[in-house]
Write a protein of this length. Sequence first.
Length: 85
Amino acid sequence: MAKVPSPCIDVCKFKRAGHCIGCSMTKAQKDLFKGLKKDKHRVAFIEMLRAQQAGMGKFSHWQVAYEKKLKKKKIKLVWDKDKVA
C-alpha cells in the first residue's frame, strides 16, 4: 500500500492567522507531516487536522479535494464521523 499522502490540496495560501486556506495547516504543521514516516502517524495527523478544520470552519471543500487525491493514488481511507481509518 502506498503511503498516506499529505493533506495538502495544492492551494497553499497562508492567511487566516497563518493557516493555509486550502487545508488549514500552518507551515510548521506541513514540515511536521513531512517527517512522519509511519502511516498510523500520518492518519493520526489527518484526524487532528480534521478536528482543527471543524473548529476553524470554512474547510468543507478540503475533504472532497483530498478524497480525489486519494482516489488518484489508489488509496482508500474510511471516513467516520470524526475519524479516519
